[in-house]
Design a protein around this ligand. Structure first.
Ligand SMILES: Cc1cc2nc3c(=O)[nH]c(=O)nc-3n(C[C@H](O)[C@H](O)[C@H](O)COP(=O)(O)OP(=O)(O)OC[C@H]3O[C@@H](n4cnc5c(N)ncnc54)[C@H](O)[C@@H]3O)c2cc1C
Length: 444
């Protein structure tokens, strides 16, 4: 019998467990995978740590930055010196800011839509979003439906599609306009969310993000059990019996620190109230993949390029330079569109990714010394990511059940955060918030 069982050893679950332990509670963390970190997973490419999931952090992501600093995990600035590239309508051009070089009319249209988007965000609170007078109207529309309603031009719609793919792992048609507006507001605006300098891509961890989770797990020691997928949670008198792949455990309270879609794989006895049961099916995970290629040197730097690129043709639609230094190895990170990437055979994925790198950065990109990719949709357990791709209607119908506790059952996970939801920072904040809720519950 322990005080609290935390389900999930991602940044949310581990932050909740760390906070509860600090407050003097006995905790057990049950993780279904054979590792901690969840959507943070660090691998090695050409001897360099690379993140297959979460990579970047930036200003105002204070919770994850403070946690990393406490654990001794240093960041470095993301390389951004030089020209950015854009492949648009079959041509590769260079530009120097977040918004690519388009025609004057296209640029004006992008600014107009950005202004309208920001103005809408003033109408939507990040807390109790469903109660806002404009909520119903915005939740009925998809992002694409809204863009068409305000007559956004083709280039603006293409740019917003790129944003949807990298942010939610879905197309603009698949995401509720209410979700889009709330999500961007929780990140501090479009600029803050999309920029490198001053934005969410400003810094990265040279040793990877997963080390943060691993260090928390090391602190928690035997309190963390991996390969312990939770299948059933039964209320028993004053507490709960939790059945996992590693046996039965009992606790006074439970924190579920997993993505909303994955809640559906757990049987609750007695069943959760109706709205809670319906939520997982209406908050699906998006799908995003990553491809990395390593070269002896970051050769694009010598040609004056930053390594950052955008493309309206996939499967690679955004790139970054995550090389350790000018001396090499040079490492290109490409975000891949899961729809045209994940079903390919491994050799075909490599070929397609390298073809995209070559179109952007030249023939030298065709011959990497090492290559690696990762498809989150193909994960055998708890698949999908980066975050929930919340479809039209789902916020107003199910938002209330996202994190309201159910008598001893508490909810964490980045999707439940009001600030930087969808990011590592939101995950940490959600874990800390859930820990405070549980502590108050246990006191009462
Ligand atoms: C490709 C990609 C790129 C990203 N890039 C960034 C970035 O640059 N910056 C950033 O801040 N964020 C980024 N993110 C998002 C970030 O990874 C997530 O917001 C964050 O990791 C979510 O943490 P979490 O703890 O809420 O959930 P998770 O990390 O998903 O943790 C939940 C854990 O619960 C486990 N679990 C699920 N069901 C059960 C069960 N029944 N029993 C036991 N365990 C269970 C899962 O295995 C998982 O380990 C990215 C994500 C992806 C996929």
């Amino acid at each position: 019998m322990t005080d609290v069982i935390v389900v999930g050893a991602g940044f949310a679950g581990l932050s909740a467990a760390r906070e509860l332990t600090k407050r003097g509670h006995e905790v057990l963390v049950l993780e279904g995978r054979d590792r901690v970190g969840g959507r943070s997973l660090t691998a090695t490419l050409a001897g360099v740590p690379v993140d297959l999931g979460a990579t970047f952090v930036g200003p105002t992501q204070d919770a994850v930055i403070a946690l990393a600093a406490e654990l001794g995990c240093a960041t470095v600035p993301t390389h951004s010196r030089g020209k950015n590239l854009i492949r648009w309508h079959g041509k590769v051009r260079s530009y120097r800011s977040t918004i690519p070089k388009l025609s004057l009319i296209e640029l004006l249209d992008v600014s107009r839509i950005q202004w309208r988007f920001d103005r809408l965000s003033r109408l939507i609170p990040v807390t109790d979003t469903w109660d806002a007078p404009a909520a119903q109207r915005l939740d009925q529309k998809s992002l694409e439906g809204w863009l068409r309603a305000v007559h956004a031009g083709a280039s603006t719609r293409n740019l917003m599609a790129i944003m949807a793919r990298v942010t939610w792992g879905c197309e603009p048609d698949d995401v509720s306009m209410l979700h889009a507006v709330r999500y961007v507001k929780a990140a501090g605006g479009l600029g803050r969310m999309l920029d490198v300098k001053g934005g969410a891509q400003q810094d990265r961890f040279p040793d990877g993000t997963q080390q943060i989770a691993q260090r928390i797990a090391a602190e928690l020691g035997e309190r963390v059990r991996t390969e312990a997928a939770v299948r059933r949670i039964a209320r028993t008198g004053a507490g709960f019996t939790v059945e996992s792949a590693r046996g039965e455990h009992t606790a006074a309270a439970v924190v579920l620190a997993i993505a909303p879609a994955h809640r559906g794989a757990i049987t609750f006895d007695p069943p959760l109230p109706e709205g809670y049961q319906a939520l997982p099916a209406h908050w699906p995970q998006g799908n995003l993949s990553k491809a990395y290629a390593a070269y002896e040197k970051p050769f694009w730097r010598a040609g004056g390029c930053s390594g950052e690129a955008l493309s309206d043709e996939g499967p690679i639609f955004i790139t970054f330079d995550v090389s350790p230094s000018d001396d090499g190895p040079g490492i290109l990170l490409g975000f891949a569109d899961a729809r045209t990437f994940d079903d390919l055979a491994p050799e075909a994925r490599r070929e397609r990714a390298l073809a995209c790198f070559t179109t952007l950065f030249g023939d030298a990109a065709a011959e990497p010394v090492d290559y690696l990719d990762h498809c989150w949709s193909a994960e055998p357990f708890a698949p999908g990511g980066p975050t929930a791709a919340v479809p039209p209607g789902a916020w107003v119908a199910h938002g209330r059940q996202l994190r309201a506790p159910v008598d001893g059952i508490f909810w964490a996970g980045t999707e439940t955060a009001d600030q930087w939801t969808g990011f590592l920072d939101g995950a940490v904040r959600s874990g800390q918030r859930a820990a405070a809720e549980v502590a108050a519950y246990l006191r009462s």
